[in-house]
Ligand binder design. Sequence first.
Ligand SMILES: Nc1nc2c(ncn2[C@@H]2O[C@H](COP(=O)(O)OP(=O)(O)OP(=O)(O)O)[C@@H](O)[C@H]2O)c(=O)[nH]1
Ligand SMILES: [Mg+2]
Length: 145
Amino acid sequence: MKKVIFIGQTGCGKTTLCQKLNEQTIKYRKTQAVERYGDSIDTPGEYLENRHFYHALIMTAVDAKVIALVADPTSEYRAIPPAFAGIFGKKVIGIITKINQTEPQKIEKARKELVKAGASPIFEVDTPDGIGISDLMNYLEKEAV
Ligand SMILES: Nc1nc2c(ncn2[C@@H]2O[C@H](COP(=O)(O)OP(=O)(O)OP(=O)(O)O)[C@@H](O)[C@H]2O)c(=O)[nH]1
Ligand SMILES: [Mg+2]
């Protein structure tokens, strides 16, 4: 079983997180299908943006211990519906990415989206800059066993 599955809108930083957590070089590549990176499962943003794919997310999430809902504070588009965490029936955490790229009010909006979705705890990261990554990794080491 994988430790974590990343779910979030297109471009929010799921693949970048997978690369960082698995100590791979960060390299942009659009995710076209579900991919496995070491202990992580990466999903395409379209799976969240198009509700016809929700069943695919639910089925794929069965293979992970922890669900990570990823929110991009730099985007005006909020893709994660309220109470979304409830459909998985397991531990659901939130991750706000790109915190070095945006202002505090936008980070707060992203946090509200994740709280409404039912995610807890919520981590703030900037993945290429390495901010917040060790906290996230420590949490996954402890919780996703
Ligand atoms: N500054 C900054 N840029 C980031 C961060 N996370 C991701 N990015 C950038 O955002 C862009 C999209 O990141 P991806 O990781 O490919 O996004 P994704 O969620 O996998 O997107 P899809 O595969 O389309 O669903 C890339 O250019 C990344 O370098 C972050 O924490 N900070
Ligand atoms: Mg991707």
